[in-house]
Design a protein around this ligand. Structure first.
Ligand code: ADP
Ligand code: ASP
Ligand code: MG
Length: 420
C-alpha cells in the first residue's frame, strides 16, 4: 500500500480539492490510504473558537460561524446540487461542535482543545470522501479514532503502538481508496486526542508503519525538501535524496517541511518518504530513504524566529554545575519551554528557547530568586548543517550575532536583526 498525506495548503479551497483529485488521476489510487489535514488555516480558526470559549467572549458564535461559512463555500463550489448528502454530513459535524460547546463541563483546557480542534480534520476528510465518490472514485471514509489509540495526554498524545497496530492490521481494507484524518486519535475512553500541531505527517507515518506500506508521499506546495525555506531564501535548491538520519537532524533543528516525529517509524521499517509537489505530481521531488546522506551535498539553512535567549549567572559567583543545570532544565520542562541551544561557562549558562505558551514571565520570577537573569527577546536562531565559509558569511551579514556554536557538521547562531 501507499500512504498519501495532503496538508492544509493542498485543500485550502474548492480548486485545491479538485487538484487532489487530479493528482490521484495522474499517480493512481489503487491501494492508497489518504491522510488529510484540516482545510487551509482551519486549525488556527478553531483555536480562536477555543480561546473565545474559555474567555466567554461575545465573539464565540461569530468565530464558529466563520469556520462554518468557509467550509460551506467550499462544498457549494464543489457540489452543484444542494441536496447532496455532503451537506448533511458536514452539518452533522457542526451540530456535534455546537452540542459540545453548549454542554461541556470540563475545565481542562487541553481536553477541550482536542475535542474542538479535531473537527477540522473530520470535516475535511468528509468533504474529500464525498467529492471523490461524486467523481466516481469509490472510497472508504475511516474514522481514525477507531484505529490510532493514544494515552490521554491531550494536545500531545502518545501513541499506543500495540493496540494501534492491531486495529490497523485487522480493520483497514487494502484494495480500496481509504480516506482518514491526520493529527487526531482517541484515548481509552474514546475521547478525541491530538498528536501536536502539524501532526498529520506523523499520522501518515503511523499508518505506513502498521500497514508495512511501500512508501509515504507528503504532497506539498513546494517541489520537495529544499536546502532552505524558499519563502526566505531566493536560491533554495531541491534536495533529491536525504538519508533518514540527515532528515531527522533537519527536522530536529526546525525545518518545518517535515514533522520531526514522522521519520523514526519510517526508518525502522525502511519505508521511503517522498516529498512531492501537488502542483507537478509527476516530478520526482525528494526521497528520504536509506542511502546517500544528502544529494546534492549543500549547506542547509534553518531559521527559527521569535526565540528567546536566556542567560543565567550565579549571584554568588559559585559555579553553574550539574545540580543547578538539572534544576534549570526541570523548570524549563515544567514551563513547556523548548530548548534549541545550550551554552555554558563556569558561572553563566545560556539557553535559546521558544516560549510557545507564554510562560516566560512566570519562569523568570522563579529563576530570579537564585540567579542573575538576563535575556534578549525576539531573536532568531540560524542553523546551517554542512556549513562552509560562504554560507557562514552570508548569514552573519547585517546581523548582530549574540551567540555562536560550531560542531563538525553544524553551525548555530543566535542573532538579532540590526534595526534600520
Ligand atoms: P502542509 O500543508 O503539509 O502542512 P506546510 O505549510 O507545513 O505544508 O509545509 C510547506 C511549507 O514548508 C512550504 O510552503 C515552505 O515554505 C516551508 N518550508 C520550510 N522549510 C522548507 C524546506 N527546507 N524545503 C521546502 N519547504 C520548506
Ligand atoms: N491541522 C493540524 C495543524 O494545523 C495538523 C496538520 O496540519 O498537520 O496543526
Ligand atoms: Mg504542515
Amino acid at each position: 500500500m501507499r500512504v498519501f498525506k495532503f496538508g492544509g495548503a493542498s485543500v485550502k479551497d474548492a480548486d485545491g480539492v479538485r487538484n487532489v483529485h487530479a493528482v490521484l488521476q495522474k499517480v493512481g489510487f489503487d491501494d492508497v490510504l489518504i491522510v488529510v489535514s484540516a482545510m487551509g488555516k482551519t486549525t488556527n480558526a478553531l483555536e480562536l473558537v477555543i480561546k473565545n470559549y474559555f474567555d466567554k467572549a461575545k465573539t464565540l458564535q461569530a468565530s464558529v460561524q466563520e469556520v462554518k461559512k468557509y467550509h460551506n463555500q467550499i462544498i457549494i463550489d464543489l457540489f452543484d446540487d444542494e441536496s447532496h448528502p455532503v451537506f448533511e454530513s458536514v452539518n452533522k459535524l457542526f451540530r456535534e461542535l455546537d452540542y459540545f460547546l453548549s454542554h461541556n463541563k470540563s475545565p481542562n483546557y487541553s481536553f477541550v482543545y482536542d475535542q474542538i480542534v479535531s473537527m477540522g480534520e473530520l470535516i475535511s476528510s468528509t468533504i474529500l470522501s464525498h467529492y471523490f465518490a461524486h467523481q466516481n472514485i469509490p472510497n472508504n471514509w475511516v474514522d481514525v479514532r477507531n484505529f490510532v489509540k493514544t494515552d490521554s495526554n491531550y494536545r500531545d498524545a502518545g501513541v499506543n503502538w500495540e493496540v494501534t497496530q492491531k486495529n490497523i492490521s485487522k480493520g483497514i481494507k487494502k484494495n480500496i481508496l481509504n480516506i482518514t484524518q491526520g493529527f487526531i486519535g482517541a484515548d481509552d475512553n474514546n475521547f478525541t486526542t491530538t498528536l501536536g500541531r502539524e501532526g498529520s505527517d506523523y499520522s501518515a507515518a503511523i499508518f505506513a508503519y502498521c500497514l508495512n506500506a511501500e512508501s509515504v508521499t507528503i504532497w506539498k506546495d513546494v517541489p520537495g525538501v529544499m536546502n532552505a525555506d524558499p519563502r526566505f531564501f531566493e536560491n533554495a535548491t531541491l534536495l533529491n535524496q536525504i538519508s533518514y538520519r540527515e532528515a531527522i537532524e533537519l527536522a530536529f533543528y526546525g525545518a518545518t517541511v517535515i514533522h520531526p516525529k514522522t521519520l523514526q517509524p519510517l526508518q525502522k521499517k525502511e519505508i521511503p518518504l517522498l516529498v512531492k509537489s501537488f502542483i507537478n505530481p509527476i516530478l520526482p521531488g525528494t526521497k528520504v530513504s536509506k542511502g546517500a546522506d544528502l544529494e546534492p551535498h549543500l549547506p542547509c539553512f534553518i531559521i527559527k524566529r521569535e526565540q528567546l535567549l536566556l542567560s543565567l549567572s550565579s549571584i554568588d559567583f559559585s559555579f553553574i554545575m550539574e545540580e543547578n543545570i538539572s534544576e534549570i532544565f526541570k523548570l524549563l520542562h515544567e514551563f513547556k519551554m523548548k530548548v534549541s541551544l545550550i551554552q555554558n561557562s563556569a558561572i553563566s549558562f545560556s539557553v535559546c528557547i521558544e516560549d510557545k505558551y507564554k510562560n516566560f514571565e512566570a519562569l523568570k520570577t522563579i529563576l530570579a530568586k537564585k540567579f542573575k537573569v538576563s535575556y534578549n527577546e525576539n531573536v532568531s536562531l540560524y542553523t546551517i548543517r554542512h556549513f562552509d565559509e560562504k554560507s557562514k558569511t552570508a548569514i552573519e551579514k547585517n546581523k548582530n550575532v549574540l551567540l555562536k556554536q560550531i560542531s563538525r557538521e553544524t553551525l548555530q547562531m543566535v542573532t538579532k536583526e540590526i534595526d534600520g
